[in-house]
Design a protein around this ligand. Structure first.
Ligand SMILES: *Cc1c(COP(=O)(O)O)cnc(C)c1O
Length: 356
């Protein structure tokens, strides 16, 4: 720590992203990236875009917003864009959660807690029920309408892969129509269900989405938000006040080219879903314990081997997976669904290690 760091950061713990090692070649199944390259049109779009990099991008991102609005059947004033959905979450926490605070599950995306601490936002972690289930009654308001903390949920949840379902989300939205409900849909393309249609009835809904997982663009850094126009305007207030050019021209070109190739997108998602279901069934057959995943990863535990040991052995054998320290999940591994051949190779290692 240097001598200039502000006091409030002296004990601050940064978010720890999954590692991106360079020491050897691993089968990388630790950060939920896509095993497939971006749509073929992305490379062409990037080449064309190179010549325009002397110019700033359009700070309203009108073309990309238009395409995203069409994708979701909303108007362009209901969409704004971020440098990854992490930046959208950052904007949302700053814009809406500072005074009212936030609640989110005890087992969820670690970034929510880090953002809350970064901005001094009061937060409460609500324990998931048995089987890592979200019980809507646990999010029942305690203050008069409007005075309640915002609810932040990943749907499907990470790292569990479990979807709470539309009924649960509707119940949480309706419980207090004057509190924001942020639904992080990083993995929703793999469940095939989005909360966006609920915007028809619920003005307090804020949906966060990303190109990182299902569109093979984690390195492109493109996320976006779908919400009511007044909410989008408030997010843009923060966006314009921090970095009005938050998406590079290259990121925009890649995102637009990806949206233009719906066939490729669907094929990649379908392949991941089929591979996931096959891998999950295989793991169950050799005695692993796992929940039904609606995402592009599985969250699994081997009853006979600790998570720490299993992750270490896999690493020695060239497979990177993600493990977390929390008491409830320390023996689980979050395993990204990679290519069919990578999953077949991983399964035969796991079978071997588990002695089956
Ligand atoms: C991966 C992930 C994100 C962030 O993705 P970006 O690359 O910043 O778009 C957000 N939320 C959840 C739950 C994630 O798993």
């Amino acid at each position: 720590m240097g001598i200039f760091l502000a006091d409030r950061f002296r004990y601050f713990e940064a978010y720890a992203p999954g590692e991106q090692p360079r020491d050897r070649k691993y089968v990388k199944l630790n950060t939920n990236e896509s095993p497939f390259p971006p749509a073929p049109g992305v490379a062409r779009a990037l080449a064309e875009c190179a010549e325009t990099l002397n110019l700033y991008p359009d700070p309203t991102y009108a073309a990309l917003r238009g395409k995203l609005a069409a994708l979701h059947g909303v108007t362009p004033d209901m969409v704004t864009v971020g440098c990854g959905s992490d930046e959208i979450l950052d904007f949302i926490f700053r814009a809406f959660l500072s005074d009212r605070g936030a609640v989110f599950p005890d087992v969820t995306y670690g970034f929510y807690k880090v953002l809350a601490e970064l901005y001094g936002i009061a937060y409460r972690e609500i324990p998931l029920r048995d089987g890592f289930a979200v019980a809507p009654s646990d999010y029942a308001p305690t203050a008069p309408s409007g005075g309640n903390p915002a609810v932040v949920l990943a749907e499907p949840n990470a790292p569990t892969g479990i979807a709470a379902g539309e009924k649960a989300i509707t119940e949480i939205l309706e419980a207090d129509p004057l509190r924001p409900v942020v639904i992080d849909e990083a993995y929703a393309d793999f469940s095939g269900v989005s909360a966006v249609p609920l915007l028809g009835k619920h003005k307090n809904l804020i949906v966060v989405r990303t190109f990182s997982k299902s569109r093979s663009l984690a390195g492109g850094r493109v996320g976006y938000c779908v919400a009511f126009p007044e909410i989008i305007r408030d997010i843009d207030l923060i966006r314009f006040s921090t970095n009005p050019y938050n998406l590079s021209r290259a990121a925009v070109a890649a995102a637009e080219a990806s949206l233009d190739d719906d066939g490729y997108f669907k094929e990649c998602v379908e392949t991941v879903v089929r591979t996931r279901d096959r891998f999950a069934a295989d793991l169950r057959a050799i005695g692993f314990d796992l929940s039904d995943s609606s995402a592009n990863f599985v969250f699994a535990r081997c009853p006979e081997i600790s998570g720490k040991r299993l992750a270490a052995v896999l690493r020695e054998r060239g497979f990177l997976v993600r493990r977390f320290d929390g008491e409830r999940i320390k023996d689980h591994l979050r395993i990204t669904v990679g290519s069919r051949s990578d999953m077949a190779a991983l399964f035969s290692e796991l079978k071997n290690i588990a002695g089956k």
